[in-house]
Design a protein. Structure first.
Length: 274
């Protein structure tokens, strides 16, 4: 496995300082959300091959792979102008992804509300069709540039289960659409006791389409699912790692700096028992 981190889970700082910080921690890859990660104000229309190559080269000098370009966007935003802007920004990332040395641009699937919150309104047919329309548009662009659109399912979104992710893959019918799998995103306070069943269903339906894994953890407190450091919660990572392809990128997600070393050690120990 190649363990990395979302770059914006480290303190925001100048690019070289951030990259040196990542390398010093023994991390080999990043999910890079440009404006969230370091002091660069990248507005729509300002990204270009030269800038992308500059950033990509800086990571390569430290042998760090940009595994995913994170483009956090509500791709079904209820305001049509906001939705168009989100899709345009994502397409811009697609066009220059290869100049970063990266082949995947990733996002979750948005929300029927302007804010990303849990609501069962996401689980109706219209939000699914809206996601399908947006993802088809993004994948059509990705196919032109030889880039993968990575979609991350989760219960806060219209693609909220293994079955809805499978349906999206079947409807789009393109290998330029792959899965960024965060197992915790499919967990709730109500269903976490069935995690092996849910995870097995996911691996059975689209395990061969997983491009990247996110690693975080959770506990249940006062009836709610609450974040926990990787290895300190209820997520069965030994079970997950048994299902994974060799050398897959595992990206630490929502991991604070003081927990990174323990998380790396824990994940490697899970691999050693596999």
């Amino acid at each position: 496995m190649n363990i990395g981190i979302r770059a914006h889970d480290l303190p925001k700082q100048p690019m070289e300082g951030l990259i040196e910080d990542i390398a010093r921690r023994g991390l080999g890859s990043v999910q890079l959300a440009l404006n969230k990660s370091f002091d660069l104000d990248i507005k729509p229309g300002t990204l270009n091959p030269g800038m992308a190559y500059l950033i990509g080269s800086a990571f390569r000098r430290h042998d760090i792979q940009i595994a995913v370009l994170g483009c956090y966007a509500n791709i079904i935003h209820p305001d049509p102008e906001e939705r168009h802007s989100a899709l345009s920004r994502f397409k811009e990332h697609i066009r220059f992804s290869r100049d970063f040395g990266c082949g995947i641009v990733g996002t979750e699937t948005g929300n029927v509300n302007p804010d990303i919150i849990y609501t069962q309104e996401n689980f109706h047919e219209k939000p699914f069709q809206d996601v399908l329309s947006s993802v088809r548009e993004l994948v059509e662009e990705a196919e032109k540039f030889g880039v993968i659109v990575g979609i991350e399912p989760g219960v806060n979104h219209p693609i909220y289960s293994p079955k809805t992710m499978k349906r999206l893959l079947d409807e789009v019918q393109s290998n330029n659409l792959q899965v960024i799998f965060d197992p915790v995103n499919l967990m709730t306070a109500e269903n976490h006791g069935r995690q092996h069943e849910i995870l097995s269903e996911a691996f059975s339906l689209w395990g061969d389409r997983i491009a990247v894994i996110h690693a975080k953890d959770f506990i249940i407190s006062e009836g709610r699912l609450v974040p926990a450091p990787v290895g300190k919660g209820l997520m069965d990572y030994e079970f997950i790692i048994q299902q994974l392809s060799p050398h897959i990128n595992i990206i630490l997600d929502e991991t604070s700096p003081e927990h990174i070393e323990d998380a790396i050690h824990f994940l490697k120990s899970c691999e050693s028992t596999h």
